[in-house]
Design a protein around this ligand. Structure first.
Ligand SMILES: Nc1ncnc2c1ncn2[C@@H]1O[C@H](COP(=O)(O)OP(=O)(O)O)[C@@H](O)[C@H]1O
Ligand code: SF4
Ligand SMILES: [Mg+2]
Length: 315
C-alpha cells in the first residue's frame, strides 16, 4: 500500500491569542485505509480535519509542520489533483437552504467533473440513488428543509462523492442522528469505502463508531495525539490512561457485563490554562511527580502502537 496522507509535527494556533490548538500532531494514512480520531469535545479533532482539508476557520493558522497528500497511483480529479472531501456533524445547517438538492449536487458535479445539463442531472440522480434516497428525480427539486437529518446527511455524502475523493473526512457524521439512522449511515460509509477504495478519516467521540469503521485509531487530548494503535488493539489493550478511561465510560449492552460505565472525573482543561507537564494529569489516577515535569513524548508500546505516558496501563 502507498501512503496517501502524511501529517508531520502539525501545529495549529490562534496567533492573536498565542494559543496552540493542535500541538505537534503526526499521523499517516495509507490509500484505502480508515483512521478513527477519537476524544472528548474540544480535543482538536475537527481542527485537525480542517487543517488536512485546507479549510481552517478564519483566525486559526497552521504555524508549523507539514501535510502531504497524494500518491503516484491516485486517480486524479478534474483539477489534476487527488481530492479530499468532507462531511460534517450537522448536515441540515451545512446545506444552503435557498438551493435545491439538485442545484447543490449538479454544481458540485460541474466543479469536479465538468458535467452540465442533462449529464449532470443524470449523475446527480444516480448519486442520490446510490446513497439510498428513492424517487431521486423528484427529490432533486426538494430543499434541505423538506428532508430529515438522515436524508440530508445522505445528500452531503452524495455531494462528497461528486468529487470522486481519494480521502473522505467524516467529522462526527452520525452524532446529530437517531440510532437507527446512525447505523444506516455507518453502513453506507462502509459500502462506499469498499466500492470506491477511498481512504476515510472518521471522527467521533464514540469509540463504538470508531471500532466499527476504523483500521487504526488515534486518541486526541488537548490538541495532542496521546495514543495511536490498530483499533482492535486499542480497544483490547489501551496503554494511555485517557484511552483506558474512554473505554471504561462506554456503556455496554452485553447482559453478562455487570460493570457500570465509569465517568472520567473532571473535564478537559481550557487551552489557555493547561496544566504543567501531562495535560491529563489532574484527571489521572496513575499520575506521579514525574508527570508534572514535561509532556511525555510518544513511546512505542507494540507494533504500530504508541502512547505518550510515563506510566502506561499494563497490557
Ligand atoms: N473557530 C474557532 N475559533 C477559536 N477557537 C476555536 C475555533 N474552533 C475551535 N476552536 C477551539 O479549538 C479547540 C479544538 O476544537 P475542535 O477541533 O472543534 O474540537 P473537537 O472537534 O475535538 O470537539 C477547542 O478548544 C475549541 O474551542
Ligand atoms: S503521563 Fe502521568 S498524568 Fe499523564 S496520563 Fe500518564 S500517568 Fe497519567
Ligand atoms: Mg468537532
Amino acid at each position: 500500500m502507498s501512503t496517501l496522507l502524511n501529517v508531520r509535527n502539525l501545529v495549529v494556533e490562534l496567533p492573536a491569542q498565542k494559543i496552540r490548538i493542535i500541538d505537534d500532531v503526526s499521523f499517516s494514512l495509507e490509500a484505502g485505509q480508515t483512521l478513527g480520531l477519537v476524544g472528548e469535545s474540544g480535543c482538536g479533532k475537527s481542527i485537525t480535519c480542517f487543517a488536512v482539508g485546507n479549510m481552517l476557520p478564519r483566525g486559526i493558522a497552521q504555524t508549523a509542520g507539514s501535510i502531504e497528500f497524494g500518491t503516484d497511483h491516485a486517480v486524479v480529479g478534474k483539477a489534476g489533483k487527488p481530492t479530499i472531501a468532507m462531511i460534517f456533524q450537522d448536515p441540515t445547517s451545512s446545506l444552503n437552504p435557498v438551493h435545491t438538492i439538485g442545484y447543490y449536487l449538479e454544481s458540485a458535479l460541474y466543479r469536479h467533473q465538468g458535467l452540465k445539463g442533462s449529464d449532470a442531472r443524470m449523475e446527480a440522480m444516480r448519486l442520490l440513488e446510490r446513497v439510498g434516497i428513492d424517487r431521486a428525480k423528484s427529490r432533486l427539486r426538494s430543499y434541505p428543509h423538506q428532508f430529515s437529518g438522515g436524508m440530508n446527511q445522505r445528500v452531503m455524502i452524495a455531494h462528497a462523492l461528486a468529487a470522486k475523493p481519494q480521502l473522505l473526512i467524516a467529522d462526527e457524521p452520525t452524532t446529530a442522528l437517531d440510532v437507527t439512522m446512525q447505523a444506516q449511515i455507518l453502513h453506507l460509509l462502509e459500502e462506499l469505502k469498499a466500492e470506491t477504495g477511498m481512504a476515510l478519516i472518521i471522527v467521533s467521540h464514540d469509540l463504538g463508531v470508531i471500532a466499527r469503521l476504523a483500521d487504526r485509531a488515534a486518541v486526541m487530548y488537548c490538541g495532542k495525539i496521546v495514543e495511536t494503535a490498530p483499533v482492535a488493539e486499542l480497544l483490547d489493550r489501551p496503554a494511555h490512561p485517557y484511552a483506558r478511561a474512554l473505554i471504561d465510560c462506554m456503556p455496554s449492552i452485553d447482559a453478562a457485563d455487570l460493570e457500570p460505565p465509569v465517568p472520567i472525573p473532571g473535564s478537559v482543561p481550557l487551552l489557555d490554562s493547561l496544566p504543567e507537564g501531562c495535560y491529563f494529569r489532574p484527571r489521572c489516577s496513575r499520575a506521579s511527580g514525574e508527570c508534572t515535569a514535561r509532556f511525555p513524548a510518544p513511546a512505542r508500546i507494540g507494533l504500530a502502537h504508541e502512547a505518550a505516558c510515563y506510566h502506561p496501563v499494563a497490557a
